[in-house]
Design a protein around this ligand. Structure first.
Ligand code: TRP
Length: 329
């Protein structure tokens, strides 16, 4: 069976952007692939090193979000990055032959550095894509379902795997990225990206009243002042959400918006119902698993399975690199 590795940084609860970009694919593919889900606490600390307690709280939240979204913890291994030592070991090895200029030119790193105001980047932040390569390769994953902002990191991973194999011998597959059709969801304010830091997100754990409030106040087409004004769905936030959560009605909504025969309020109410169809079962699953010790047990089991996979890979890597000093010959 081929393997999937993907995951999230535990910096806050997951939102619809995560769901559309990656979570939905994980759930769909969990029966076809051996699936590993990383809760990337160390990566989160590359931007939040001053608030480790925040990261700790969110490890549980993000795990619960993944399970609530439909991942089956019996089949899927959900694990904590910092508890798998082989990931740290591989990060060091991969850093031996990955140049600093390759990392400096990574567009996602550049965007994030600007966003966080990092003028003098730390070694850990600049190098996190190398660590992410280790996240993906410790279990020799073949497929990485991610949002499009992660593509540069998967490219680094492919380089890391290819170069390791050239230098020392075939150990790693060159994993492929899988980007969903709608790989980015726009924010409630019409900003290009839904994000916690921009405060324009609907969270998987939001209650119906909260979702209603958020959708009703979302930005639509500013040209529509009267209900009968012709609309421009291509620039409307709500239309983008219909595409992601209500695809069957998209042609109809598009034409009645353009003709001005459906008003924004009705269009929003329709969306709220469709979002509920997706989010109500997620909310129910959350309640089922949100009990003392349950999430902790799932992470413990998943992490142990990840460590087993990591030990196997490290054995192969050490052998290839001739660093298996105490191994009996
Ligand atoms: N960088 C990803 C994000 O910001 C999280 C992540 C860490 C990840 N390690 C990974 C994603 C490995 C896919 C594969 O969301």
């Amino acid at each position: 069976m081929q393997r999937i590795l993907t995951g999230d940084r535990p910096t806050g609860p997951l939102h619809l952007g995560h769901f559309v970009g990656s979570l939905r694919n994980r759930v769909k593919l969990q029966n076809q692939y051996e699936t590993y889900i990383i809760v990337a606490d160390i990566q989160a600390l590359t931007t939040h090193w001053e608030t480790p307690e925040l990261i700790r709280t969110n490890v549980r939240e993000v795990t619960l979000d993944n399970i609530a979204a439909g991942l089956d913890p019996e089949k899927v291994s959900i694990f904590v990055q910092s508890m798998v030592p082989q990931i740290a070991e591989l990060t060091v090895l991969f850093g031996l032959y990955t140049s600093v200029s390759r990392l400096k030119h990574n567009p996602t790193i550049k965007t994030e550095a600007k966003q966080y105001g990092f003028t003098d980047m730390t070694y850990g932040f600049l190098g996190y894509p190398v660590s992410q390569a280790a996240d993906i390769l410790f279990c020799r994953a073949n497929l990485v379902p991610v949002g499009e902002d992660q593509l540069p990191h998967v490219e680094v991973t492919r380089f890391v795997a290819r170069r390791f194999n050239e230098l020392y011998g075939e150990v790693f597959p060159e994993p492929r990225a899988m980007v969903s059709e709608i790989s980015r969801l726009i924010g409630l304010d019409g900003n290009t990206k839904m994000s916690k830091s921009l405060g324009n997100a609907i969270y998987l754990k939001d209650e119906p009243a909260e979702i209603k409030k958020k959708v009703m106040s979302a930005v639509t087409d500013p040209a529509r002042i009267h209900r009968t004004d012709p609309g421009h769905p291509e620039i409307c936030t709500i239309f983008a959400y219909h595409k992601a959560f209500n695809s069957s009605e998209v042609p109809e909504i598009e034409s009645s918006c353009r003709k001005g025969t459906i008003g924004c309020v009705a269009c929003k109410k329709n969306l709220i119902n469709k979002l509920e169809e997706t989010l109500a079962p997620i909310r129910e699953r959350r309640v089922r698993f949100d009990k003392p010790g349950v999430v902790e047990d799932i992470l413990f089991e998943g992490t142990n399975r990840a460590i087993k996979a990591g030990e196997k890979t490290m054995g192969l890597a050490r052998e290839a690199m001739h660093t298996d000093y105490w191994k009996e010959s």
